[in-house]
Design a protein around this ligand. Structure first.
Ligand code: PSU
Ligand code: MN
Length: 305
């Protein structure tokens, strides 16, 4: 492995696996610290690692403990981030702040991908990617995930972006940023809770081997962008699309009526959706994430070839 920056701690298990060319899958932790309710977050964090191991792949859950970015958290480290008070959300810009202040943090897709790449990891799974927020032409609110993925050569499995974001604008920005997006056995960009967001994709792949070939082609060209593999939820398990659209419209109205804006918008909308779906959205969320972890593990094996 290239030597990672000295402030990054890479677990012995991950370091050895990377050095020996064995498959490793990076997992983010904001989904655990800020995306899922307790105690489900800890169950999901530990179960995901087990799923990866059962597939013959070394899991590398990434997060920040006492200001130190850790690639390959221990079970105790995962438990701490899932249960402690004052755990912050850490994107790339927050890494130096967390370090200087000694904070605990869950890392976003951007920070996780950045750290994983520096530790020599080539594949990562998440639930939903950050993206362009609705109204971004006024607010400029666009996740740092997008810009970071433009310069971080990793293969990232996600189920698209949540429909509370502006999906069309997110896809346009990814195009501008030179980030390839391919559907996994689909021509449609997935909408996280639903298999089809309503947007088409130009390219699709059919297998983990196809994903590995794409990553190899990117490397051979000397390009630095991530490859995004968009993996839809099984349509039999998605939220009913009409129900989904109705709940989303109600949530957007409620946010506007309540004068919600800026960083409060996402938690407000997600909370509204969760309550309005009687918890169904949470179950779909977990299903989506499990599918992405499983596919990520398969791709990690194909990439390690
Ligand atoms: N989308 C979800 N759940 C999440 C996130 C996104 O459905 O938990 C998290 C991911 O960690 C993502 C981050 O990287 O939010 C994006 O946040 P921001 O828009 O502040 O960059
Ligand atoms: Mn933002």
């Amino acid at each position: 492995m290239q030597t990672p920056p000295p402030a990054i701690r890479v677990s012995d298990e991950v370091r050895t696996a990377v050095d020996e060319g064995r498959p490793v899958l990076a997992l983010e932790s904001t989904i655990l610290t800020h995306g899922l309710p307790r105690p489900r977050n800890l169950e999901v964090g530990l179960a995901s690692e087990r799923l990866v191991r059962d597939a013959g792949v070394v899991p590398a859950t990434i997060g920040v403990v006492d200001g130190v970015p850790v690639v390959g958290l221990s079970a105790a480290g995962i438990e701490r981030l899932c249960t402690a008070d004052g755990v912050v959300k850490v994107s790339v810009r927050d890494l130096p702040i967390a370090r200087a202040k000694g904070l605990d943090g869950g890392t976003t897709v951007a920070a996780t991908a950045w750290l994983a790449h520096r530790a020599g990891i080539r594949v990562m799974s998440t639930g939903g990617l950050g993206g362009v927020h609705r109204g971004a032409s006024e607010t400029f609110d666009e996740s740092a995930d997008l810009g970071t993925l433009a310069s971080t050569p990793i293969t990232l499995v996600s189920a698209g972006v949540k429909s509370i974001l502006d999906i069309g604008a997110t896809l346009e920005r990814l195009e501008t940023l030179n980030v390839p997006v391919v559907g996994y056995r689909t021509d449609r960009y997935p909408g996280f809770y639903v298999a089809d967001s309503g947007f088409a994709l130009d390219y699709r792949i059919e297998s983990p081997a196809d994903a590995a070939a794409l990553a190899r082609a990117r490397d051979e060209l000397g390009l630095a962008s991530a490859v995004l593999v968009a993996n839809p939820v099984d349509p039999a398990k998605q939220l009913d699309p009409e129900f989904h659209d109705r709940v989303l419209a109600e949530a957007l109205d409620a946010a506007s009526d309540a004068g919600i804006s800026g960083h409060d918008t996402t938690p407000f909308l997600l909370d509204h959706v969760q309550r309005a779906t009687g918890g169904r959205s949470l179950e779909v969320n977990l299903e989506v994430y499990r599918g992405n972890v499983e596919l990520g593990a398969e791709i990690a094996r194909a990439v390690a070839g």
